[in-house]
Design a protein around this ligand. Structure first.
Ligand SMILES: NC(=O)c1ccc[n+]([C@@H]2O[C@H](COP(=O)([O-])OP(=O)(O)OC[C@H]3O[C@@H](n4cnc5c(N)ncnc54)[C@H](OP(=O)(O)O)[C@@H]3O)[C@@H](O)[C@H]2O)c1
Length: 316
């Protein structure tokens, strides 16, 4: 550990941070070591990381003192916040501020902030193509991350801004997989019309982040967007059908219909998909699979991800 550069990883027991932690641990001679940040070092996932060689440290992004301790002595950090744990953009902003302050106090050499667009730069609150949510947001879980970018730059943190993409894993964990209708046919629902949706295996986000740390100073101050592939709803449904061995139809709904589905976060996600649809060329252009593949040569396509994961997608 002594000669290796320590990367402190928030969310190390989760999707993005877990991918980064495993990427570093898979290359013991790569020059980096993992400090896995978790609220619960005794959990099975934390123990598993420790068993594979990670240093496991307790901290909470809501607790600045714990973060300061967790960042001390590290060389770099992966900073991610957990919007869906609380659904509060204000809290996410505060957490990003806590992270920015902690990495700055620790004097780290390279920090990756997992961010998304502040969509209000494209769709001002006065634009009524989509409703304003929580008084001052269009896509709350995007806007708060984008708004937080300046918290890192204002403090002079050497930051790479990583623009992530829709996890294909949402088909497993977020209830977004195909569902059987009353006729028994599987329908894959998205409010994307014929637009392409940049998607990625969540594991590959962390693996791309590892490529950024290896790339070093050339990435500091830059925004890097990543995706595995850009696919339309029709293409995703076809590939799902091929992997499942039964027909899957694409059920293209309007963003307004999606917002009205009523599950927690449906309005936020309806606005998000509308943003991705209405600004397709910008949104896809900002997330180049070729860039992601250079950072992570093992980058998965949707078909490869399905090969490994299709049996985990709940269909009911
Ligand atoms: N789903 C998507 O398609 C998608 C796409 C792009 C971006 N995102 C963004 O990704 C972010 C979440 O990242 P993720 O998916 O990697 O998270 P995740 O898989 O849900 O993992 C979160 C991990 O972070 C830890 N955690 C939760 N709250 C914490 C806190 N207060 N302090 C410290 N650690 C905490 C938890 O670990 P412990 O219990 O061990 O502490 C958990 O294992 C969200 O903000 C979301 O908007 C999602």
């Amino acid at each position: 550990m002594a000669n290796r550069r320590i990367i402190a990883v928030t969310g190390a027991t989760g999707a993005q941070g877990g991918g980064l932690a495993r990427a570093i641990l898979d290359e013991p001679d790569g020059g980096f070591a993992v400090r896995a940040i978790t609220r619960n070092p005794g959990s099975d996932k934390a123990r598993e990381l420790a068993a594979h060689g990670a240093e496991v440290v307790a901290a909470d992004v809501d607790d600045p003192a714990s973060l300061r301790k967790a960042m001390a002595g590290a060389w770099g950090a992966y900073c991610v916040t957990f919007y869906w744990a609380h659904f509060s953009p204000e809290r996410e902003l505060a957490e990003a501020g806590n992270l920015a302050q902690a990495v700055r106090d620790a004097g780290l050499g390279h920090v990756i902030w997992s961010t998304l667009e502040d969509t209000r730069q494209w769709v001002p609150l006065s634009d009524d193509r989509m409703p304003t949510l929580m008084d001052k947001y269009k896509v709350p879980h995007f806007d708060s991350k984008g708004e937080a970018n300046h918290l890192f730059t204002d403090l002079g943190v050497p930051t790479t801004f990583l623009l992530t993409s829709f996890y294909w894993d949402n088909l497993i964990h977020f209830g977004m997989g195909p569902k059987a209708g009353p006729d028994g046919k599987l329908a894959f629902t998205l409010p994307m019309g014929d637009a392409r949706l940049p998607g990625i295996a969540s594991e590959d986000i962390g693996r791309c982040a590892y490529g950024i740390f290896k790339g070093g100073s050339e990435y500091i101050g830059r925004t890097v967007g990543i995706a595995g592939e850009h696919l339309t709803g029709t293409q995703m449904a076809e590939q799902l059908g091929a992997a499942l061995g039964r027909e899957v139809v694409y059920n293209s709904v309007t963003p307004a219909q999606y917002r009205a589905f009523g599950f927690p976060g449906a309005e936020d996600l309806g606005n998000m998909f509308q943003f991705k649809h209405d600004f397709e060329d910008y949104f896809c252009g900002a997330r180049d699979p070729a860039v992601a593949r250079r950072l992570n040569p093992a980058l998965q396509t949707f078909a490869q991800w399905l090969e490994q994961n299709v049996s985990r997608i709940p269909l009911e």
